[in-house]
Write a new protein. Sequence first.
Length: 358
Amino acid sequence: MRRVSIGIAVSWFWLCGSALAEELPAVLMIATGGTIAAVADGQGAYVSGELSPEVLVTAVPALAEMARLETQQLVSIGSQDMTPVIWLQLAKAIYQARQSEPDRAIVITHGTDTLEETAFFLDQLFPTGAPIVLTGAARPATVPGADGPANLLDAVRVALSADSRQRGVLAVKAGQIHAARQVSKRRAEGVAGFESPNGGPLGRISGGQVRFFRAPERLTQADLEPDLIHELPAVAIVHVHAGASSELLSVLPDLGYKAVVLAGVGNGNASAGMLATLGNLREKGLAVVRSSRSAAGWVSANVEIDDVALGFVAAADLPPAKARILLMLLLAFDVEFDRYQALFNQTRPIDWPQLAEP
Ligand code: ASP
């Protein structure tokens, strides 16, 4: 008799539990690999992306009480192996998920090395709607003090917060919330490696609460259908330093590059010789964007360099890797070159669906 009543009690509890689970908000977790999913060998070495998203979720029991998490493994890579082709696959997965469940928030686990690039790319395509939050970890999942579980929990908290809407794609790490346009991995290692050099983080997760420091932007653009992008053209980044040679720039057309971003010194600057070579590239039809190797700041047009005469574009607040992404999209959509500078200066998301109209 006792066994029966325990059985009834357990079933009742299970029923209530599943009814409660049904009421929890849905979150889609898309895993791409990274150190957050790494297993360490005990000697300091590890391979990124070894653990499945289910294992990562199991390590954070609190998640089961917060959300109905569906998991999807897109790729299992270190983010040093991220490519534009995978960005498009990820964008398609997100687009399809948002078509079927528009209100479902999305959390993406990602290596930290190129997380900022993926975040910025997705921010261009999905500026509004249910939150899209990227997170990663500096330490493998199996070492003492692994930061992945806390970052995953924080990312889900941010994804579920109504305050996270209208802020574009977000990156969460070490208790901080960053905007995709701003976030940058500023340290080669360490749990607190992410910063937003131009303006600081958007908010924090403290005491389990999501707190933003600023009001959300009013973002009205719709999702961009990723199928509209057939290919992201090849764009090179060339780093400037004292005594840098122009040789690397000269070979870009033969290698099939359609454009070049300069990781310039200071205000996107380069030697007279390099600038002359860039001028030649521009005459051959390559787009030239001047960004800066400096950690922060705004690269302005026509300061020490006559951009109007040379046909160059200044990258504004975009560091080289993000300037490259914007340039790839402008080329993919065949945007008239005259509009580039204004679109680089525009810190609000670009209305790509409108630009894409013939
Ligand atoms: N190399 C790793 C990656 O980006 C580093 C990390 O995840 O922190 O995938």
